[in-house]
Design a protein around this ligand. Structure first.
Ligand code: PLP
Length: 417
């Protein structure tokens, strides 16, 4: 790769750098304090104590108790465990039953595809709720979708592509109300990966039974995640092995990773307000600058009710992926759809759910900022975007139309990554 003069990272939604504090906290647990947290001896105990400390830090942030915190390998696993674990537990008790699960069309693939695979296996019935023109799931519509056999509702807190904030508290209250009169209680799960840095994640305020998040989106390490499981929730483990994590997640604990998540969580609360205002101001400057300087440019999704760090922009007659490559060449890192879908040719299922036609969905890029973003980075992007887009529009022209036409023919029915 050529040396870049500028390196601008606008992809915090895909992953964040590990903060210095987190890195230092993790370091001893790779070598000096290398113990297996399940070992009874003093070396193991040292690791177990560090895990316990992290568990308590995470519990405190969520307003939970430490026994309600399970460490996993990431939010993908947490979401799989939440959804498949609740369904499995139900079927263990009701082998003849066919439970109903409600989720949305804008979930991360690890949620939608978990529900889809259970549906394909014939184990569940499923409903995938759409969103309104503001990118929000309507609680009324959700209420309407509930059936007698509904056992699980999974709605993400903040969407990873367009940053829309879902009415989790309202949905939590609604489910609580419904549950008071129901024989079959509904479990409420939320994927809070993109919410943890900026929004209230106290589980009691949200009214959730299960909540997932990931280390590497909060300035912690990759390969470690959390699942909050409200005490007494009916959930079975989906991976066999040892009795780690209260019997719910077999496998040797990733001690340095877990220590990193604890430290990352510890850092959020004291700087939350400051970071929220900081990224929002930069993000608004970025959106305003690009929309002003680039003709035929639009913001996908609403201006308000979106995560303070997210901008999802669309450009007439520009292919999102071509733009991504061109920006990368100029030292600006952005993404199309979510990172995992970037390598596929499918349009973003979220932008489609928002009502964009495929060619417009393909003309969009996501910019996500973070606490290390700078005004200088924003201004550099505001300067580069018009130039790059003009060039792309010149070279592409008819070629683009032709390619988009071909693509549409290839569009698959279902989405996946
Ligand atoms: C990144 C992300 C995930 C997946 O998390 P991993 O820890 O990378 O598995 C799930 N949901 C959302 C909303 C995300 O942004």
């Amino acid at each position: 790769m050529a040396e870049l003069k500028q390196k601008v990272y606008f992809d915090y939604g895909a992953t964040t750098p590990v903060s210095k504090e987190v890195f230092l906290a993790m370091q001893p647990y790779f070598s000096e304090k290398f113990g297996n947290a399940s070992s009874i001896h003093f070396i193991g105990e040292e690791a177990a104590e560090a895990v316990q400390k992290s568990r308590e830090q995470v519990a405190e942030y969520l307003g939970a108790t430490f026994e309600e915190i399970i460490f996993t390998s990431g939010a993908t696993e947490s979401n799989n465990l939440a959804i498949k674990g609740v369904v499995k537990k139900f079927l263990e008790k009701n082998p003849a039953g066919k439970p109903h699960v409600i989720t949305t069309k804008i979930e991360h693939h690890c949620v939608v595809d978990s529900v889809k695979s259970l549906e394909k296996e014939g184990l569940i019935e499923a409903t995938y709720l759409g969103i309104n023109s503001n990118g929000i799931v309507e609680p009324e519509e959700l209420k309407f979708a509930v059936k007698k056999n509904t056992i699980l509702i999974s709605v993400m807190y903040v969407n990873n592509e367009i940053g829309t904030v879902q009415p989790i508290k309202e949905i939590g209250r609604l489910i609580k109300e419904l549950n008071e009169k129901r024989e079959q209680k509904i479990i409420f799960h939320t994927d809070a990966v993109q919410a943890v840095n900026y929004f209230d994640c106290e589980v009691k305020n949200l009214g959730v039974d299960l909540l997932s998040f990931s280390g590497h989106k909060i300035y912690g390490p990759k390969g470690v995640g959390v699942l909050y499981i409200k005490k007494g929730s009916p959930i079975a483990r989906i991976q066999d092995g040892g009795s780690h994590e209260f019997g719910l997640r077999a496998g040797t604990l990733n001690v340095p990773g877990i220590v990193g998540v604890g430290e990352a969580i510890k850092q959020i609360q004291p700087e939350k307000e400051k970071n929220t205002e900081f990224v929002k101001k930069l993000r608004d400057r970025l959106i305003a600058g690009i929309l002003k300087n680039v003709p035929g440019s639009y913001l996908n999704g609403p201006k308000e009710s979106r995560s303070p760090n997210n901008a999802n922009l669309r450009f007439d007659n520009v292919e999102g992926e071509a733009l991504l490559y061109a920006l990368s060449f100029e030292g600006i890192a952005v993404s199309t759809a979510s990172a995992c879908a970037s390598k596929s040719l499918k349009p973003s299922h979220v932008l489609i759910a928002l009502g964009l036609p495929p060619e417009q969905a393909h003309s969009s890029v996501r910019l996500t900022l973070g606490k290390y973003s700078t005004e200088q980075e924003v201004d550099y992007a505001i300067e580069v975007f018009p130039r790059v887009i003009e060039k792309l529009r010149q070279v592409s022209g008819n070629v683009l139309q032709e390619r988009l036409g071909k693509r549409e023919e290839r569009l698959p029915e279902d989405f996946g990554c």
